[in-house]
Ligand binder design. Structure first.
Ligand code: 9MR
Length: 372
């Protein structure tokens, strides 16, 4: 059976359900009549390579530990055309306590990307959550702080210039509920918004070619946060920040109201800038009272994956910067690790622990195949 023939019935099932597979409230019998199609339809094994179905980069996060896992490497290089370091290109990994730089792990990731012909996405330069001892020590000395941030950005972005095509320059600048901007070591030393402008300027200085992005989360979950984020982007652009793209992390769960993911991507795209779905995963948690069987939850998850990919495909091609999931196999997800592990059963990604494609994977594949 050809791949196309194998996929056809399932595609119809997804489309019939409005792409959302709204199974909540179904009895078991009904669930089997609808959600079960996700499992019953014959699927090609191995599954298709999504990177070959997409006309834009398809990414995953990576760590040096995963590079050493041959199963992961085979899966990632087959499915993906881009990688983002999950933590080893952040200050926590690069900036040592004495203020010197350690590029050992970042270099391994860059070398892996080069060897495997994967586009390298840089993540992340200035993040409120990263305030390592080397910066804390000069907290309050604004000149020294500015110098240190500039030196850091010049060193890191400069090192991967010509390889890293883009950087998340500022990460998660807006408060949780969207009331305003975060108070952090950067804002206190360099100004509430000025620190962002400076970071963009330093990154531009370090690499005139790289696309520079501002990245945030819950932009679909919390519309007020999205509004604040968009006003921030507007002000930064007006002030001349060289923002070349918008990253929407898209850490969502199966209880996100259908349509919310689509609305967020459409609104964020109104600047005309490229959009990076930068860290997509769809948690099965989020509501402890949700007692649906796991199959139904996985079907709901597939619906969310379909919606986000559909919204991304609705963008004009020049605005499709990349589509990144925050991992491939469930067992590698940050939602399986302390302190986010919960009961250890979350399965937010598109491949199961053994690297087998889940309904969420087929939702992505079907969306891509339908819209080619
Ligand atoms: O998934 C990442 C986790 O392994 C790291 O310990 C953590 C701190 O570096 O960062 C996680 O990734 C985050 C990303 O960098 C920014 N958006 C939220 C992600 C999940 O927390």
């Amino acid at each position: 059976m050809t791949q196309g023939a194998a996929n056809r019935p399932h595609r119809r099932a997804l489309l019939a359900a409005g792409g959302a597979l709204a199974l909540s409230g179904c009895g078991r019998g009904q669930a089997e009549a609808s959600g079960a199609t996700l499992y019953d339809v014959p699927r090609p094994d191995p599954p298709p390579a999504l990177k070959e179905l997409a006309g834009f980069p398809l990414g995953t996060c990576v760590s040096t530990g995963l590079i050493d896992d041959p199963d992961w490497a085979t899966l990632a290089t087959r499915q993906c055309s881009q990688v983002t370091a999950e933590w080893e290109m952040k200050m926590e990994s690069i900036l040592k306590d004495d203020g010197t730089f350690d590029f050992t792990r970042a270099d391994r990731i860059a070398a892996f990307a080069q060897r495997e012909d994967l586009r390298l996405f840089g993540h992340t330069l200035v993040w409120y959550a990263q305030d390592p001892p080397a910066l804390k020590r000069i907290d309050g000395d604004k000149r020294a702080f500015d110098n240190a941030v500039r030196n850091y950005i010049l060193a890191v972005v400069g090192r991967y210039r010509g390889q890293a095509v883009a950087w998340d320059v500022v990460n998660e600048a807006v408060t949780e509920h969207g009331e305003g901007l975060r108070d952090c070591i950067y804002s206190r030393n360099l100004g509430q918004e000025d620190y962002m402008l400076l970071a963009f300027q330093y990154a531009r200085e370090a690499d005139p070619q790289a696309v520079l992005l501002i990245n945030d989360y819950n932009l679909e979950v919390t519309p007020a946060k999205r509004a604040t984020f968009m006003r921030l982007v507007e002000r930064l652009l007006k002030r001349g920040a060289p923002i070349g793209g918008i990253g929407t992390q898209t850490h969502i769960d199966i209880h996100l109201p259908p349509g919310a993911g689509r609305t967020a991507i459409r609104e964020l795209a109104s600047f005309g800038l490229p959009i990076h779905v930068s860290e997509l995963d769809v948690s099965l948690r989020g509501d402890r009272m949700d007692l649906r069987p796991r199959e139904q939850k996985l079907a709901a998850q597939a619906g969310r994956y379909a919606e986000v990919m559909g919204a991304f495909l609705d963008l004009p091609p020049r605005q499709r910067f990349a589509f990144t999931t925050w991992g491939l196999r469930d067992k590698d997800s940050w939602l399986r690790r302390s302190p986010n592990a919960g009961d250890g059963t979350d399965a937010p990604l598109t491949f199961d622990d053994h690297g087998h494609a889940k309904p969420g994977f087929w939702a992505l594949a079907d969306a891509l195949q339908t819209r080619r």
